[in-house]
Design a protein around this ligand. Structure first.
Ligand code: AHR
Length: 487
């Protein structure tokens, strides 16, 4: 028996809907063959964007999409991706599989995609191999109304009104693929770049600095000290691996029970990372003006056999659904500092929510977790304290139950996952007196996944929640994620 105590009087504030954001890079089949199939494709599309993928993203209310990278961002020159598609410059994507990038998906196409999904664009600019002028002109091209040569180019490309793009990242992984910089050097670069990125009209830029890799606390400290007052947010990247080295990250399917628990324990490290980086940020910014954006997170396994190793294509099982539940609960519970997060990556790459093959499309178990959690977007976080036993194998032990809660329009949403591979759990809920409750659930065997010929994992109605005299009891099956609405 487990217990969850909700305390609606205690809250860390509003859960920014952008915590439910996504990330799409020019990597493998994320953009090309994923989102973007081209206007002439037989696959149903609107202006080249795959309709089924756009509809799927709308359904989970995707609030924000980060682009064009990732490591690709620091090799990307935005002017190569505007103008008539057949005249665009070609390049080789040296980060990801050395394939030819014909730039047919560029800035206008990205903004068209965001428009169709109904989400905000988050553009990550090039610092590693770019220039201050290049970034400043990208901002001008998209946001200015002035009659400059740069803006005239936008008009020539068919867009009179400014796009008013708000979210701008200044470099990606500048400590690694983005230039191997030291934090002291990057802090100065950030100060310089952001100076020349102007606000146009009423559109105030949201300036995002490249933050640390995993537990590089020195990076956060130096950056906050030297450049904190110039930024709106800094980023954190953390990927969950199953194997112990990058060369052997573990398989996405067909894993052992020990590997299942090991991966969940590693995913839960996000709590320690968010809390520790937040503490350092608190030292420099006690008012919490600067946000923490986890703009790359998710599971990273070995690629599926027979696929291009540079394309990072992996399957997505119930284990990944649990990783998403663990991580999103952590973000909700730290919403006083975490203002955005972007799962890597939306289609066909890493912990994707969508997989495609030709004209076929599959929604992964992770997709369904985003569906279950969508009520949390812009809701008021509610303090949620979980008491449960441990599950695991060997040294890989983790609390059996993970949960978070929020309140909007008089409805409390509780999202809860049972991390046991094979044992159900009954939970009593304290702290709220409910009149009625209903729920939805995603459940399956730990290694089960959806594929192009069968999709056994889907959102189902959940009948394991009971209300008697105001008291709520939840009976969860093994290996599941549920969303419960209490009224
Ligand atoms: O998401 C894949 C890669 O992981 C990104 O390009 C990079 O930023 C990170 O190392």
């Amino acid at each position: 028996m487990a217990k969850i105590t909700l305390n609606p009087a205690r809250s860390k504030g509003t859960i920014n809907k952008n915590i439910y954001g996504h990330f799409s890079e020019h990597l493998g089949r994320c953009i090309y063959q994923g989102f973007f199939v081209g206007k002439d494709s037989q696959i149903p599309n609107v202006n080249g964007m795959r309709t089924a993928a756009v509809e799927a993203m709308k359904h989970i209310k995707a609030p924000v999409l980060r682009w064009p990278g990732g490591c690709f961002a620091d090799e990307y020159h935005w002017e190569d991706g505007i103008g008539p598609q057949e005249q665009r410059k070609r390049m080789v994507n040296t980060n990801w599989g050395y394939v030819v990038e014909d730039n047919s998906f560029g800035t206008h196409e990205f903004l068209e995609l965001c428009d169709q999904i109904g989400c905000e664009p988050y553009i990550n600019a090039n610092v590693g191999s770019g220039t201050v002028r290049e970034m400043a002109e990208w901002v001008e091209y998209l946001n200015s109304e002035g009659d400059s040569t740069v803006v005239r180019k936008r008009w020539e490309n068919g867009r009179k009104e400014p796009f008013n793009v708000r979210y701008w990242g200044v470099g990606n992984e500048s400590w690694g693929c983005g230039g191997n910089m030291r934090p002291e050097y990057y802090a100065d670069e950030f100060r310089r770049y952001q100076t020349f990125c102007r606000n146009y009209g009423d559109n105030k830029l949201y300036r995002i600095a490249c933050g640390p890799n995993v537990a590089d606390y020195n990076w956060t400290d130096v950056l906050m000290e030297r450049a904190g007052k110039f930024m709106d947010a800094l980023t954190l990247h953390y990927y969950t691996l199953c194997g112990d080295e990058w060369a052997h990250k573990g398989a996405a399917t067909g894993f052992s029970k020990s590997d299942f628990y090991k991966t969940l324990v590693r995913a839960s490290r996000m709590k320690e990372l968010v809390e520790n980086h937040s503490k350092i940020m608190d030292k420099h910014d006690p008012e919490k003006r600067v946000g923490l954006i986890v703009d790359e997170w998710g599971a990273w396994y070995d690629v599926e056999e027979g696929t291009n190793p540079g394309f990072l294509y992996q399957q997505n099982s119930m284990r990944d659904a649990l990783i998403a539940a663990i991580t999103l609960n952590i973000f909700n519970q730290n919403c006083d500092r975490v203002v955005m997060a972007n799962l890597a990556q939306t289609v066909n790459v890493l912990q994707a929510v969508i997989l495609t093959e030709g004209d076929k499309l599959v929604l992964t178990p992770t997709y369904h977790v985003f569906d279950l959690y969508k009520n949390h977007q812009d809701a008021r976080e509610v303090d949620c304290f979980v008491e449960s036993g441990m599950v695991g194998e060997d040294q890989w032990q983790i609390g059996k139950i993970t949960a978070s809660a929020s309140e909007k329009d008089g409805v409390i949403t509780l999202t809860v996952a049972n991390l046991s591979a094979d044992e159900g759990e009954t939970i009593t809920l304290e702290g709220v007196c409910a009149k009625e409750a209903c729920g939805r659930i995603v459940k399956g065997e730990m290694g089960q996944y959806n594929d192009f010929d069968a999709s056994p994992i889907a959102v189902e109605a959940f009948d394991g929640v009971k209300v008697e005299d105001g008291k709520v009891t939840i009976t969860l099956p093994a290996c599941c994620v549920a969303s419960i609405e209490l009224r």
